[in-house]
Design a protein around this ligand. Structure first.
Ligand SMILES: NC(=O)c1ccc[n+]([C@@H]2O[C@H](COP(=O)([O-])OP(=O)(O)OC[C@H]3O[C@@H](n4cnc5c(N)ncnc54)[C@H](O)[C@@H]3O)[C@@H](O)[C@H]2O)c1
Length: 363
């Protein structure tokens, strides 16, 4: 009888240890699978400063498509409320508002994508204080709020303007850094601050040095057009739709095949994709970096005009004006590093296809 009881206890014990063994294994397996799948099922909350702007809205779309939670933080100074997509939370506020930034980050933000800036080169030379305050002080507020709330990752919209006059083309990241306008300097100052914060162990950053952003979402999800555009493509569209009497091409005597300036036009959806790749890289590798984002191909202003005429099926009204001071003949990117680190390569390679995505907004 005693032996039988002992056997029973022993048996129950064995079953319990077997159950314990299986369930602990199951928990470990689930944890391991979750760890492996984290790349595919991320639900991190990302604060997108400047998310209602031209590039920010495309970044927003890419984040939502990939399953991130998105908070758009924008004062709408140049952005548009129609660019806030369904599924994104919207906070209308200025990055100069330190308390607001702190309160939003306190609520649990995992990463920041920072695009909020003034970006008119000419204006930055006339009113540097405005750019110092908005771009540099605003960015330092973001960094401070991140440190205060242990937000570890920031992807920042930098610019090819940090390089200044090209000493060689295509420009890689080893090219000397020497901005020739105050706007470019603000980007450099912000990169310097991020580097210091990173060296001091406070956060990790990705500085994405965009070349010329162009195009619109091919699905037509982004409808808000740029206000007071300074860039070539929106100005061409204004000329094409009669909102502007004519287009002026600055300089046709440069040392380029057709005499007009050559630039590296990269589609905005390709740029947007680089942001989520950069974010995942930061989260997985815990390191900081700066990379160029461009196609490596140069297209002249004249080629853009000719391609636009083909796409829209009519002639554009344009003339040639004198060169603008500080405009280099050619500016193209070497984006090999973005490819090596992030696996990023631009999908849009045909300029007419790119222009079509812009024209779709007008027809
Ligand atoms: N467009 C380009 O070709 C290009 C090239 C290189 C770098 N960049 C950089 O990319 C970023 C986005 O540029 P974009 O072309 O989308 O410009 P944009 O003007 O369309 O977007 C900027 C957004 O930031 C917001 N913003 C500005 N100041 C703010 C502030 N103080 N507080 C809160 N929100 C503020 C604006 O309302 C706007 O929605 C900028 O930082 C710009 O310098 C753009």
């Amino acid at each position: 009888m005693h032996v039988k009881k002992l056997c029973l206890v022993d048996c129950v014990d064995k079953q319990f240890s077997l159950l314990y063994f299986i369930s602990s294994r199951a928990i470990l397996t689930v944890l391991y699978i979750t760890y492996l799948l984290r790349e595919f099922y991320i639900l991190e909350k990302v604060l997108v400063a400047g998310g209602a702007g031209y590039i920010g809205s495309h970044v927003q779309k890419q984040l939502l498509d990939e399953g991130f939670k998105v908070i758009v933080y924008d004062d709408l100074s140049s952005g548009d409320i129609v660019n806030v997509l369904p599924g994104a939370e919207f906070i209308q506020a200025n990055i100069l508002d330190k308390d607001k930034l702190n309160n939003v980050m306190k609520d649990g933000v995992d990463a920041v994508i920072h695009l909020a800036a003034k970006k008119a080169v000419g204006e930055s030379m006339v009113n540097p204080s405005l750019y110092a305050e908005n771009n540099i002080s605003g960015s330092i507020n973001i960094l401070n709020a991140m440190v205060e709330n242990q937000v570890k990752y920031i992807v920042f919209s930098s610019s090819a303007a940090v390089y200044g006059m090209p000493q060689y083309c295509p420009i890689d990241e080893k090219h000397p850094i020497n901005p020739i306008n105050y706007y470019g300097y603000t980007k450099l100052a912000i990169e310097d601050n991020m580097r210091w914060f990173s060296q001091l162990g406070k956060l990790n950053y990705a500085a994405l040095r965009y070349f010329n952003a162009v195009g619109y979402d091919a699905d037509g999800a982004i409808r808000g057009k740029e206000r007071n555009p300074q860039n070539l493509m929106p100005i061409i569209m204004e000329a094409a739709t009669g909102k502007r009497e004519k287009l002026s091409i600055f300089g046709n005597d440069y040392d380029t095949p057709d005499g007009t300036c050559v630039r590296d036009y990269v589609h905005v959806s390709d740029l947007a994709k680089a942001h989520t790749l950069a974010l995942k890289y930061l989260m997985n590798k815990n390191t900081s970096f700066a990379v160029n984002l461009g196609t490596g191909r140069g297209t002249s202003v004249q080629e853009i005009v000719d391609a636009t005429e083909k796409v829209i099926g009519k002639k554009l009204n344009y003339d040639f004006a004198p060169r603008r001071p500080g405009d280099p003949a050619k500016l193209t990117a070497n984006a090999d590093l973005a490819h090596q680190l992030l696996g990023w390569s631009p999908q849009y390679t045909n300029i007419e296809e790119i222009i079509q995505t812009v024209w779709n907004l007008e027809i």
